[in-house]
Write a protein of this length. Structure first.
Length: 588
């Protein structure tokens, strides 16, 4: 699905700002048809933001079920005869949308966009009432999965098997967009590097019309190649490549034919990605991933996208010498990928399939969650498949995205895991044959894993010295090295350690380096680095985590997860300086 754009044929109006908002703990809204009039007892809620922490009440923070958003929207008078859609960049996790009294769309999956066509209902020049109900419940059939318990007093309690807070709501931008009736629905671009030259393969999907021309321009606007068909290959002699640290972008301008022609411009980075033996090649050059698993997480706004926080995070990535990150554990806002494209930051793009693991479920939630492979069924798998397809559909054209991660830490030891994942890996490759596919593997000995051979790169989340051999970095170093060498022996594939780290409370120091201190965090990272430097097949290190982040309640979490090398408000812990010395060896 293409991002909304302003072009000669397209307009967009941002619907961000303060909306009317109501929690619906008693499930009254759907029964009473709240979309038919003003929301009862509404408060004001900023969009985009996760709703949970804005009102400063426990009720909002812990709410489980529906929340309602509403605002008035004027359709510009000049939009007569145009196709008009509402575009939600995300609604976590399930949404239904009404324009006045008419339902115009619904979507499940909290991190991918959807559109509602209101052409037939919205009259140019008139004001309409836009109402959205967003349900934040996670169930065994959703991605990510969860369980909702009804307590004896009638309250609901959400359990989930992932280690970050279940922020929800309209936490990304909402748009009102106009296009011609005949319009460009989608563009797919893949690029191939051949010596100094390159090929740009493109496919344009037009609704009710035809492609007139496709023009590839360089950053200075100069035309580099041209086509006149809906699909084809553009030859680009002496191409300037997109590469890590250099986000060079061309523009692919697509125009349709006819009086009411559409026009769309897609940024294109020319690069290719391959796995060869135990190397990860970008434009034929071995690439070493230095960076983090991140989260979209900030005080008050939760997962609400915000350009200030985004640019600041990228500035800190630059300061520390990171060249890449993983969108753990869900697709991030499209603004983030566009920024990474422009600045040459490499991204491993992950689906929201996190928590498909019984052992972890056990440690994260009170009570006794059901065995995960018993609770997870074809419906979960279908939701997971949709999550993969929607991720690829949204992000396939970003040069920064070099690999798909289709899950984080599923239980990959049981035979059911292989049966469940095999078709999903096939589907990911079918959706995008141009990028490698991986999953982030939970701490599990290589001989116990039943599915890593299906994937291109071995991605390991490892907590030696923290969850395992806590406090004993000598054993951690020995065991980690032995394990990595075993992965090399069994698979001969490139290895990225996609998570390693220790919780550290900022300001807690110790000469004896006890757990939870800033000093132990550094020692643990340095222990891992010594091992990485000895094992040749390790082609990447992503520290867990970039910054401290909010989690659900838990006795092993102190006001959230503290494995950040920055605090939640982005102040560096001592580990940030240590990483900077490793990743920027020439600077202080
Ligand atoms: C993991 C998970 C991550 C957690 C982390 C931790 O393995 O992938 O989501 O936050 O461990 O700190 O426990």
């Amino acid at each position: 699905m293409l991002r909304p754009q302003e072009t000669s044929s397209r307009e967009r109006v941002g619907l961000n700002g303060l909306w009317a908002f109501a929690l619906d703990p008693g499930d009254r809204g759907r029964a009473e048809q709240w979309w038919r009039g003003p929301l009862p007892d509404a408060v004001e809620m900023p969009v985009p933001a996760s709703f949970n922490d804005v009102p400063a009440t426990r009720d909002a923070h812990d709410h489980v079920g529906d929340v309602w958003y509403q605002r008035e929207v004027r359709i510009p008078a000049g939009w007569a005869g145009r196709r008009v859609v509402l575009r939600f960049d995300a609604a976590a996790h399930r949404a239904v949308v009404w324009w006045n009294d008419v339902e115009v769309g619904r979507h499940e999956g909290g991190y991918t966009p959807f559109e509602c066509d209101v052409t037939e209902h919205a009259r140019p020049g008139e004001i309409g009432r836009l109402t959205v109900v967003v349900d934040n419940r996670l169930e065994p059939s959703t991605i990510p999965p969860g369980i909702v318990d009804v307590l004896p007093d009638g309250r609901r309690r959400q359990r989930y098997f992932h280690d970050f807070f279940n922020y929800a709501g309209l936490h990304r931008a909402v748009w009102l967009c106009a296009t011609p009736r005949s319009y460009v629905r989608d563009i797919t671009v893949t690029t191939e590097v051949a010596g100094a030259d390159a090929r740009v393969h493109y496919r344009v999907d037009v609704v009710a019309g035809q492609v007139a021309e496709v023009v590839l321009r360089d950053a200075d606007g100069a035309e580099r190649a041209r086509g006149t068909t809906a699909a084809g290959t553009l030859e680009v002699p002496d191409a300037t490549l997109w590469r890590p640290g250099h986000g060079h972008l061309y523009r692919l301008e697509v125009r349709t034919s006819g009086d009411d022609a559409d026009d769309y411009a897609l940024p294109v980075g020319i690069r290719d990605v391959k796995v060869e033996g135990d190397r990860f090649l970008i434009n034929g050059e071995p690439f070493y991933f230095r960076g983090f698993g991140k989260h979209e997480d900030n005080p008050v706004r939760g997962k609400g996208h915000d350009d200030v926080h985004m640019v600041h995070d990228f500035a800190l990535l630059d300061w520390i010498g990171a060249n890449s990150f993983r969108t753990s554990h869900y697709p991030y806002a499209e603004e983030v990928l566009e920024y990474a494209d422009r600045h040459g930051i490499v991204v491993i793009d992950e689906t929201p399939a996190v928590g498909l693991n019984f052992e972890i479920a056990h440690t994260l939630v009170p009570g006794d969650p059901p065995h995960i492979w018993a609770a997870i069924d074809d419906t979960t798998q279908a939701a997971h498949l949709r999550a993969i397809q929607e991720l690829v559909a949204r992000d396939k054209n970003h040069p920064s995205v070099v690999m798909w991660s289709i899950a984080n830490e599923p239980d990959s030891a049981r035979p059911e895991a292989r049966t469940y994942f095999e078709p999903l890996v096939r589907a990911a490759r079918a959706a995008d044959p141009s990028r490698p596919v991986c999953f982030a593997q939970v701490q599990l000995p290589p001989d116990k894993d039943v599915m890593s051979d299906l994937f291109d790169v071995i991605c390991l989340n490892r907590y030696n010295g923290w969850y395992i051999d806590t406090g004993d970095l000598v054993t951690a170093e020995r065991e980690l090295e032995a394990e990595l060498r075993e992965w090399v022996r069994l698979h001969g594939k490139p290895i990225i350690v996609t998570e390693y780290g220790a919780d550290a409370i900022a300001g807690v120091r110790s000469v004896a380096a006890g757990t939870w201190t800033e000093d132990y965090q550094i020692e643990l990272l340095e222990t891992f680095h010594r091992v990485f430097d000895r094992v040749d097949s390790v082609i990447g290190e992503h520290v867990w985590n970039f910054a401290d982040f909010a989690t659900g309640y838990g006795v092993n979490r102190a006001d959230g997860n503290k494995k950040g090398v920055f605090t939640r408000d982005r102040r560096p812990k001592a580990a940030a300086f240590a990483l900077r010395r490793r990743w920027h060896p020439k600077e202080d």
